[in-house]
Design a protein around this ligand. Structure first.
Ligand SMILES: Cc1ncc(COP(=O)(O)O)c(C=O)c1O
Length: 379
């Protein structure tokens, strides 16, 4: 009988397969109790009690001047740009390493996107690259920067470039409900900031968003814009759209927003678990000691081993994501592509996001990390 050489058993992760993400939902009976209230009032929408409660909760938590609900982060971005009255055709300086909504919002708002590279350590818009882009496009417009995976942007540097060019500063804070820059909440930094409450976020209303702004007149216009352009008199003051979030969604949001600190703390525990196994063998998105990221996503920097690690995790039943395909490589944005944006390319080529959500167990985190470590060791 011939013998075959011993092969190591393929690594397994307990209770797999492991999805990339699972939302953290409140106990069903808590949500049903809120639904019963909605059934008794019969108020399903139109910024009623639950929308107001969500806004009050978020305003208090973020320390922002105004926070307004909206149907999604995506529509919130479009309406925030319109509420700021950025002139049509003005430049919108957008990080190329972000979700499509960021550039789509600029385009729907009639702006001219200028794609800008990221800082390869933080994955956020590079202030140096922004400075160069602003010199090439000196007209006032808007800087539209993403707090990538919840890592707060270099606010002081971006603000100084934006101010020098007479541009507004808007943050795509879709991942950043719970992030802190020098102790200040994302949401209390920009001329407007837009959070997503979609099902993949730490706090969720299933679908939905929040827009914050320090400016009274911007908040006022936003209220019109999200309600077709009018308030109560059916006389449109602006060209709006239906940006209304339902009361059913807001009720879920009220319940999940209350758990934000616990959700952020759990992400930090999960990160610590991954780090305890992988340490310096992989790179990590750089977050300053004075800041706090929500770690909406945990990204491993794997260099040339990225594809091997991705395959090993897939074989072990662990779902991963390559976030983000830079905008300058996507078909719809070729008209605004052209300049080389090497930092974003390199981050996209070498990184992989691994599962991170509340009920991923410590045991599963360590087992996932073991699969990564084994793939790094393999020939
Ligand atoms: C960076 C970023 N911006 C905007 C959005 C859009 O938010 P929503 O799904 O609430 O429309 C997302 C969605 O995940 C996102 O990741």
């Amino acid at each position: 009988m011939t013998t075959t050489p011993e092969r190591p058993a393929p690594a397994t992760v307990p209770d797999g397969p492991i999805p990339f993400f699972r939302p953290q939902l409140p106990p069903l009976e808590d949500y049903v109790a809120e639904l019963e209230r909605i059934w008794s009032t019969k108020m399903l929408s139109n910024f009623a009690d639950y929308s107001r409660r969500l806004e009050a909760l978020a305003t208090g938590y973020l320390g922002a001047n105004h926070v307004l609900t909206v149907v999604s982060g995506d529509i919130g971005l479009v309406l925030a740009l319109r509420a700021l009255e950025i002139p049509r055709g003005a430049p919108a300086f957008v990080s190329t390493f972000t979700f499509n909504s960021t550039i789509n919002a600029a385009l729907w708002a009639g702006l001219r996107p200028v794609l800008v590279d990221i800082d390869p350590a933080t994955f956020c818009l590079s202030a140096d690259a922004l400075s160069e882009a602003v010199q090439r496009h000196p007209e006032p417009g808007v800087v539209l920067a993403t707090h990538t995976f919840g890592n707060p942007c270099d606010h002081a540097a971006l603000r100084s470039v934006a101010d020098a060019s007479g541009s507004r500063l808007v943050y795509d804070a879709a991942h950043a409900y719970g992030s802190l820059r020098d102790g200040v909440h994302a949401g209390a930094l920009g001329d407007a900031e837009v959070f997503s409450l979609s099902g993949t976020k730490l706090v969720t209303s299933a679908e939905g968003g929040l827009v914050s702004t320090p400016h009274d007149e911007v908040a006022d216009r936003f209220r019109y814009l999200r309600g077709y352009g009018f308030q109560n008199d059916y006389n449109s003051r602006y060209v709006g759209l239906n940006g209304k979030i339902s009361e059913l969604h807001c009720a879920l949001g009220v319940l999940t927003l209350a758990g934000v600190e616990q959700a952020v703390a759990r992400r930090h525990e999960i990160l610590a678990g991954y780090r305890s196994v992988l340490g310096d063998r992989v790179g990590w998105q750089a977050v300053r000691a004075d800041d706090r990221s929500t770690y909406k996503d945990i990204s491993l920097v794997l260099g040339d081993r990225r594809d091997a690690v991705e395959s090993a995790l897939a074989a072990a039943g662990v779902a991963t994501k390559r976030y983000f395909l830079p905008l300058h490589h996507q078909d719809a944005y070729q008209r605004w592509a052209g300049d080389p944006l090497p930092a974003a390319d390199e981050v996209y080529r070498t990184t992989l996001c691994v599962p991170a959500y509340n009920d991923l167990t410590d045991e599963q985190v360590l087992a996932i990390a073991d699969v990564v470590a084994a793939a790094l060791d393999a020939d």
